[in-house]
Design a protein around this ligand. Structure first.
Ligand SMILES: Nc1ncnc2c1ncn2[C@@H]1O[C@H](COP(=O)(O)OP(=O)(O)O)[C@@H](O)[C@H]1O
Ligand SMILES: [Mg+2]
Length: 229
């Protein structure tokens, strides 16, 4: 099938002339590309090529020195990760971002709990049942009331991806953009395959940018690969 026909061939996200330097190093130089809805885009490139930096700019964790981004045709310049989340962009970091000592459901709604607050009290039972619904719909046998630290690295990666969907739903985002920074790096082969299969199977309801050192993984999971130099 012609890959351009995948999804409805509408541009979701645009990056135009993005540049970003740190003292003594230009991490990104004039990066321009488009992402269509339902794409799984791979970022390849050597260590230090700027892959993580580019994801952080898209996720609102850092700001570009130059250039512009557009989401659904509108100028996109998030000032924080949280703001990016509310606009439908989320990221699974190279260093995991879950709070180990909190429960699964607390992590899924972390820093977006307001929705469950009524007259100053948190509707815990509702949070738990909603978390359960998400975990089940993604086929995960995870107890939302247990501490995150009880689960494996692989399960925690899946939780981070599900959190991206949870937050997107909260803000009524119809097409989330989910950024995965080397999500398979610390995983044994079997878990790597499971994660890749899951990402592919989620691509009907989200758009992904996927960073990996393994070109074979990118070729398998992605419909387009951008090589950063
Ligand atoms: N916070 C930072 N401060 C200084 N230099 C940084 C910072 N983040 C990244 N860099 C530098 O920017 C370049 C790109 O880094 P990075 O985006 O992490 O690359 P990659 O993820 O492709 O390995 C590297 O030279 C790195 O040392
Ligand atoms: Mg990196």
């Amino acid at each position: 099938m012609d890959e351009n026909i995948k999804g409805n061939n509408k541009i979701l996200f645009e990056i135009k002339g993005i540049e970003r330097s740190y003292p003594g190093v230009q991490a990104l130089k004039d990066v321009t590309f488009n992402i269509n809805r339902n794409d799984v885009i791979g970022f390849a490139g050597e260590n230090g090529a700027g892959k993580s930096t580019l994801l952080k700019l898209i996720a609102g964790v850092e700001s570009p020195d130059k250039g512009e981004m557009f989401l659904e045709g509108k100028k996109y310049a998030p000032q924080s990760f949280r703001e990016a989340n509310t606009l439908g962009v989320s990221m699974v970091f190279q260093e995991q971002n879950l709070v180990q000592s909190l429960t699964v459901y607390e992590n899924l709604f972390l820093s977006h709990e307001k929705r469950f607050q009524v007259a100053g009290t948190l509707k815990k039972r509702q949070m738990i049942s909603e978390a359960k619904r998400y975990l089940e719909s993604f086929g995960l046998e995870i107890d939302p009331r247990k501490e995150v630290s009880r689960y494996s690295f692989h399960e925690r990666q899946m939780l981070e991806i599900i959190r991206a969907f949870v937050i997107a739903d909260m803000y009524k985002i119809e097409m989330p953009l989910i950024l995965l920074d080397e999500p398979t790096a610390g995983l044994p082969e079997k878990e790597r395959e499971i994660l890749l299969d899951r990402v592919k199977s989620f691509s009907d309801k989200a758009t992904f940018i996927f960073v990996s050192h393994r070109l074979s993984e990118l070729m398998n999971a992605c419909n387009r690969i951008l090589i950063l130099k």
